[in-house]
Design a protein around this ligand. Structure first.
Ligand code: BEZ
Ligand code: FE
Length: 289
């Protein structure tokens, strides 16, 4: 095209791609460039603003290494990670939510009714429920991976004062689909805000906190793997999660228990249980693969 104008540049871009472009790549690039060009026309983007955007991407690259991926964090705080997750999720079943960077493989086995609390500080919490099909039948052969922060808001793999797999476990659920474990209440924490993503959060008056949550990966033969998180209704950050992970169906209650007689039978409880302790009931609904 010899006369590229504000109006024709998008079509020119599309016309320049050759026959080796796969239909999906062509479609994705077409939409991406259409939206980028529309964005530029609609905002009348100045040279300075465009340079600032490129600088953000450059600084994001500079701070990224094997331990810290600022691009993923950028995607998280823009809501893009959650949106990709939502457009790829089924309409039924327990909603998925972000995996985050703190999952590690190889968590030790945790029996149904087992104890994750061990000698961690914090009130005892008993988490229990079932893994079930959309019509309420127990899912057979389900496995649950659990990870969470200690009460200082840190995960074991970034806190040298915790053992490697502290507050992490892998549970084989029985034929009845029921799961249960003892733990402590995780704490809210901030996403890293000392880099370019933090600058963006601060420049837009946003806070870097995530509400406290329990992470789960639930798998079972013949069912879609569920990667999700569960949040307490009373967390101060529940309505402003920096990475947009909260969904209505992922909100649970910590129910205060003031009588030791309410401790379920057959449960490992780590050190002595002090009152009050808390119970959380949460069911996972898996959809067929
Ligand atoms: C997390 O929940 O572990 C997490 C998710 C996204 C960004 C940072 C942390
Ligand atoms: Fe987390």
């Amino acid at each position: 095209m010899r006369n590229v104008t504000k109006e024709t540049i998008t079509q020119a871009f599309l016309d320049y791609s050759g026959p080796e472009t796969t239909p999906r790549l062509r479609f994705i690039l077409e939409k991406l460039v259409q939206h980028l060009h529309d964005f530029t026309r609609e905002t009348n983007l100045t040279h300075d603003e465009w340079r600032k955007g490129l600088e953000l991407l450059q600084k994001t690259g500079e701070i990224t290494d094997l331990e810290r991926n600022e691009y993923v964090l950028l995607s998280d705080v823009l809501g893009l990670s959650s949106l990709v997750d939502m457009v790829n999720s089924p309409d039924s079943g327990t909603p998925s939510s972000v995996l985050g960077p703190f999952h590690i493989r190889g968590a030790p086995d945790l029996a149904v009714g087992g104890d994750l609390k061990k000698d961690n500080e914090g009130a005892t919490v008993i988490v229990q429920g079932s893994v079930q099909t959309p019509d309420g039948k127990p899912v057979k052969g389900a496995e649950i991976e659990i990870w969470q922060t200690a009460d200082n808001g840190l995960y074991s793999n970034i806190d040298e004062n915790q053992s490697d797999f502290n507050l992490r476990g892998h549970m084989m659920v029985g034929e009845d689909g029921l799961y249960r474990f003892t733990t402590i209440r995780p704490a809210p924490y901030t996403v890293p805000d000392d880099g370019p993503v933090g600058e963006l959060l601060h420049a837009t008056g946003r806070q870097p906190w995530r509400p406290s949550h329990l992470h789960f990966i639930v798998t079972a033969p013949g069912f879609r793997t569920l990667v999700t998180e569960v949040f307490p209704s009373d967390d101060p950050y529940i309505d402003q999660d920096a990475v947009f992970g909260v969904r209505e169906q992922l909100i649970m209650q910590y129910v205060e228990q003031t009588d030791l007689a309410n401790l379920p039978d057959g449960l490992e409880v780590g050190k002595e249980v002090t009152l009050p302790f808390y119970t959380v009931d949460f069911d996972f609904i898996l959809v067929p693969a």
